[in-house]
Design a protein around this ligand. Structure first.
Ligand code: NAP
Length: 248
């Protein structure tokens, strides 16, 4: 069953990993997919071709989610190409891990700008359109780390916790206009972001997860399908953990 037939979605940071998984699954569910990348042009264009070959209306846009003006310009272009925006998925994110003792100001600021300020930029940019339509679903890719913290990730945990506060506030501000705002808190999802970790640490994490495996981009994408579709019409202001039971 196609759950997103005809819905127009913007996904930030979909050249690989979770964002790419979301674009592919949304395409299969009948959505029209606009997605961004900041530097990985070749894989982004490859994904655009793959989706187009599947019969999906899809387009890749180069846009730095940390930039307020680029986000505004992006939304204008997407509206020219797709006419409306039903779903925004704020997925772009980075890590710059270090113990607080060794973390420089630049690495703190960069993570906050790309992971958190981007959510403000993009939500502001789509708000007017969703208000006019009197409908919309905004999904913010937080993390279990934003819920429970993690040593060596003060910058990342702060950005992901900030996203949860933002998500709930938007749900309160825009609920009366039928605009829903939810966050997803993935646990350990096997992508290039987690490839950087050493295998021993990763195996330790897998063993500690009740479902005994890392998650896949598809696991997260399926949760996004629920939050983007009308199946979640009465769900807003929530954080959905997609973590194999990690936070249980
Ligand atoms: P990933 O494989 O590193 O992919 C990150 C994506 O974000 C890439 O497409 C990248 O494209 C894009 N991106 C980075 N900076 C950007 C910017 N300034 N503007 C626009 N796009 C940008 O990461 P992932 O594992 O798929 O993670 C996706 C999201 O899930 C992130 O927000 C991450 O924090 C969150 N998350 C991941 C995990 C996990 O275990 N993997 C767990 C919890 C939460 P370019 O290369 O073109 O920059």
């Amino acid at each position: 069953m196609k759950l997103l037939e005809g819905k127009n979605v913007i996904i930030t940071g979909a050249s690989r990993g979770i964002g790419k998984g979301i674009a592919q699954i949304f395409g299969k569910h009948g959505a029209n997919v606009a997605f961004t990348y900041s530097s990985s042009e070749a894989p982004a264009l490859e994904l655009e071709s793959e989706l187009t070959a599947m019969g999906v209306h899809a387009k890749a846009y180069k846009s730095n989610a940390a930039s307020f003006t680029e986000s505004e310009e992006l939304v204008k272009k997407v509206l020219e190409d797709f006419e409306s925006i039903d779903v925004l998925i704020n997925n772009a994110g980075i890590t710059k891990d270090n113990l607080l003792m060794r973390m420089g100001e630049e690495d703190f600021d960069k993570v906050i700008e790309i992971n958190l300020k981007s959510v403000f930029n993009m939500t502001k940019a789509v708000q007017r359109t969703m208000l006019k339509q009197r409908k919309g679903s905004i999904i913010n890719m937080s993390s279990v780390v934003g819920v429970k913290g993690n040593a060596g990730q003060t910058n990342y945990a702060a950005s992901k916790a900030g996203m949860i506060g933002f998500t709930k506030s938007v749900a309160l501000e825009l609920g009366s206009r039928n605009i829903r705002s939810n966050a997803i808190a993935p646990g350990f999802i096997e992508t290039e972001m987690t490839d950087k970790l050493d295998e021993k640490t990763v195996q330790g994490w897998r063993d500690a997860i009740p479902l005994k495996r890392g998650g896949s981009p598809e696991d997260v994408a399926n949760a996004c399908v629920f939050l983007a579709s009308d199946l979640s019409a009465y769900v807003t202001g929530q954080v959905l953990n997609v973590d194999g039971g990690m936070l249980t």
